[in-house]
Design a protein around this ligand. Structure first.
Ligand SMILES: NC(=O)c1ccc[n+]([C@@H]2O[C@H](COP(=O)([O-])OP(=O)(O)OC[C@H]3O[C@@H](n4cnc5c(N)ncnc54)[C@H](OP(=O)(O)O)[C@@H]3O)[C@@H](O)[C@H]2O)c1
Length: 344
């Protein structure tokens, strides 16, 4: 398979590293992967016979300007040129998430699908804004759209629902979908520290980002819940349909009281039918010891689906970080190679 890797930041670089690491696994699968293009916002690298990834990875550690790479680097390598050359089978799209417009990923994904090129994306923006339209476009053009990375990375939330719950109606979704907030709440409960101290520790450990607003105010969880709800429950919701409350107001006293009651606070994303209509919430909830999400601690994530015919299923665990995110992109690539159809 001939790939274009568009977006060469944390996940993009981890993806290329992973292809090197998994070379013999992929060889044994019979999967011959050539990366013909690697592109970021400043330019790209092109080789019609496959980029020498080991050498490029070495170069990019010292210089982020791919256009200066001596074996095929150029400012002339743009998305337009990739589309024009018609020498890729798969676009691996890993540009930054834009929740308002989905750009630049939205246009890249659309253009590739229209040209009959498979797409795998780690980018939540286009998926939360237009998954159904993009999926139809993929089906119309006889190609696949893999989005397994966009809601939980290593934790197979989307694919677990799509593949392993096929034929069942998912009646409700409940999840701890953000590892950073789960770590902070757990730290507060275990050590009795304040929210600010727990957040600082998460930042020191590199678990929380420099600007953790989207995580701690619940919007990362809301985005993932939206993706899961629209895809797995066949809805057309938007972020505005979700009641979102983060964890910034949680006090050590509340955590302590929950502990005395034998409960734990978790930031839960929940979609459920109540009184004949669908309710979507993201908020700190006190969970009982018997709840399937009660024991999901630290930076772990989990999702629970209640269905009509397959019962109550909870998926939990999976590693966090750029390498597991890249591994979930590779997982989709292998499944597409094996003939799995996400887009029908
Ligand atoms: N980090 C994670 O653990 C994780 C997990 C799951 C999903 N994701 C999602 O995966 C995507 C990538 O994440 P990341 O952490 O790798 O982000 P990142 O480090 O910010 O990298 C983004 C890359 O996209 C490139 N880019 C920006 N605008 C572009 C354009 N117009 N055309 C081509 N390339 C462009 C950037 O190029 P420059 O370097 O030249 O600016 C950079 O190489 C995001 O959508 C993110 O939400 C990330």
């Amino acid at each position: 398979m001939r790939l274009a890797v568009v977006g060469f930041g944390g996940v993009g670089q981890a993806f290329v590293d992973l292809l090197l690491l998994k070379r013999s696994y992929l060889y044994n699968e019979g999967l011959d992967i050539k990366i013909n293009y690697i592109m970021n916002s400043r330019g790209g690298v092109y080789s019609p016979t496959g980029i020498d990834c080991a050498s490029l990875v070495e170069f990019s550690k010292a210089n982020g300007d791919l256009s200066q790479y001596k074996n095929g680097g150029s400012k002339q390598i743009t998305f337009e040129s990739i589309m024009k050359n018609k020498d890729i089978d798969v676009l691996v799209e890993m540009t930054p998430t834009n929740k308002e417009t989905g750009e630049p990923g939205m246009t890249y994904i659309e253009r590739a699908l229209e040209k009959g090129i498979h797409v795998i994306t780690s980018n939540k923006g286009p998926v939360m804004l237009a998954y159904k339209r993009l999926n139809k476009l993929a089906a119309k053009n006889g190609v696949q759209l893999g989005i397994g990375c966009t809601s939980g990375g290593a934790l197979p939330t989307v694919n677990g629902g799509l593949i392993d719950m096929a034929g069942a109606e998912i009646l409700s979704i409940e999840g701890i979908l953000n590892g950073t907030t789960n770590f902070i709440l757990d730290e507060m409960a275990q050590k009795g520290v304040t929210y600010d101290d727990a957040l600082k520790k998460a930042m020191d450990l590199g678990i929380a980002e420099a600007d953790p607003t989207l995580d701690v105010e619940g919007w990362d969880t809301a985005t993932k819940l939206l993706i899961l709800t629209n895809i797995l429950m066949n809805e057309e919701k938007t972020l505005a349909d979700i009641l979102v409350e983060g964890i910034t107001g949680i006090t050590p006293e509340q955590i302590e009281k929950a502990k005395r009651e034998g409960k734990k606070y978790k930031l839960v994303g929940r979609t459920e039918n109540r009184d004949g209509s669908l309710h979507m919430t993201v908020r700190p909830e006190k969970l009982d010891r018997g709840h399937p999400l009660y024991s999901i601690d630290g930076r772990h994530k989990a999702v629970r689906y209640v269905s009509d015919t397959l019962g109550d299923l909870t998926l939990s665990g999976g590693a966090s970080g750029v390498t597991p995110a890249a591994a979930s992109v590779l997982r989709d690539l292998i499944n597409i190679y094996r003939g799995y159809r996400y887009s029908i």
